[in-house]
Design a protein around this ligand. Structure first.
Ligand code: SF4
Length: 235
C-alpha cells in the first residue's frame, strides 16, 4: 500500500512534467529508478519513436518486448532493424507456456482474453516485478481508457510507476518525428494497419474507421489487458 505522501509527490511530478519533451520525462524517470526502468516496446509508431529518443539521448532505459510467438514477419524484421540502426538490444519476454498445439483450435478463437493473459499480461507482470518503473508509448487520444493518462503515474495493477512520455502527442506529431528522424517503422502501417498486434488478431482498417478497429475485429475486445486501469472495473 502506498502512502498519501508518495501519491502527492507523484502527482506533483506529473504536473511538472506535463508538456515536457519525451527525453526530459524519460531522464527524470530514469534518475528516480536507476537500473530499474524499461520501455515495453510493442513496435508501434510511438514505441519506435521512444526507442529513437532513448538511443539518441543515451538514456539508461532498458528496452524489452513481449514476444507472443504470433507477431507478423514484418514486426520481427522491424525488431532486427531497430537493433541494427541504434546498436541496442531489445530483449524478448516470452510466455512460460509452450506454443499452442497446432492440432488444437487456435487459442485466440477459443478464448482471446485468456490467450492475451497467458502470452502478454503474465510475461509483462513477470518483467515488471523486477522494475521500479515502466515506460509506454500511450497517448491520451488513442482510446477512452487512455484519456486520463499522465506523464508519470502509479500503476496500481502492476505495482510500480508508469511513465508515459507521449500522453499529449497526436498521431500526426508522432509521424512527423518518425519521418524527420528516419526512424524504422512497420511497413504494414502503409498497407492499412494503423495498429498492429499479433497476426491472427489484426486486420487492416477501412478509410474512416477507428485506428484500432482492426484489433480483434468482430469482437468487443479492444485492449490486450496491458493498459487497463483498476478503477475502470475491467481486468
Ligand atoms: S493478440 Fe491474439 S494471438 Fe496475441 S496474445 Fe492476444 S489473443 Fe493471443
Amino acid at each position: 500500500m502506498r502512502g498519501a505522501g508518495a501519491a502527492d509527490d507523484l502527482r506533483r511530478l506529473a504536473e511538472a512534467l506535463e508538456g515536457r519533451a519525451p527525453e526530459e520525462v524519460l531522464a527524470a524517470a530514469a534518475a528516480r529508478h536507476p537500473g530499474r526502468i524499461a520501455l515495453a516496446c510493442s513496435f508501434g509508431p510511438e514505441d519506435c519513436l521512444l526507442v529513437d529518443v532513448i538511443a539518441r539521448a543515451r538514456l539508461p532505459v532498458d528496452v524489452f518486448t513481449l514476444d507472443t510467438g504470433y507477431l507478423f514477419p514484418e514486426t520481427y524484421q522491424l525488431w532486427r532493424d531497430l537493433e541494427a540502426r541504434y546498436g541496442l538490444t531489445i530483449r524478448a519476454e516470452r510466455p512460460a507456456a509452450p506454443p499452442a498445439d497446432a492440432a488444437a483450435p487456435p487459442p485466440w478463437e477459443v478464448d482471446a482474453d485468456g490467450c492475451c493473459d497467458l502470452r502478454k499480461v503474465r510475461p509483462l507482470r513477470s518483467a515488471l516485478s523486477r522494475l521500479g518503473a515502466w515506460v509506454t508509448g500511450i497517448r491520451r487520444d488513442q482510446t477512452p481508457e487512455r484519456a486520463n493518462a499522465r506523464a508519470v503515474e502509479w500503476d496500481g495493477r502492476f505495482g510500480l510507476e508508469k511513465v508515459n512520455p507521449l500522453t499529449g502527442w497526436t498521431s500526426q506529431q508522432v509521424w512527423d518525428h518518425l519521418r524527420s528522424q528516419g526512424v524504422p517503422v512497420n511497413p504494414l502501417h502503409a498497407r492499412g494497419y494503423p495498429s498492429i498486434g499479433c497476426a491472427p488478431c489484426t486486420s487492416p482498417v477501412r478509410p474512416g474507421e477507428d485506428p484500432r478497429a482492426g484489433r480483434w475485429r468482430g469482437s468487443e475486445k479492444r485492449e490486450c489487458g496491458l493498459h487497463l486501469r483498476p478503477q475502470s472495473g475491467k481486468t
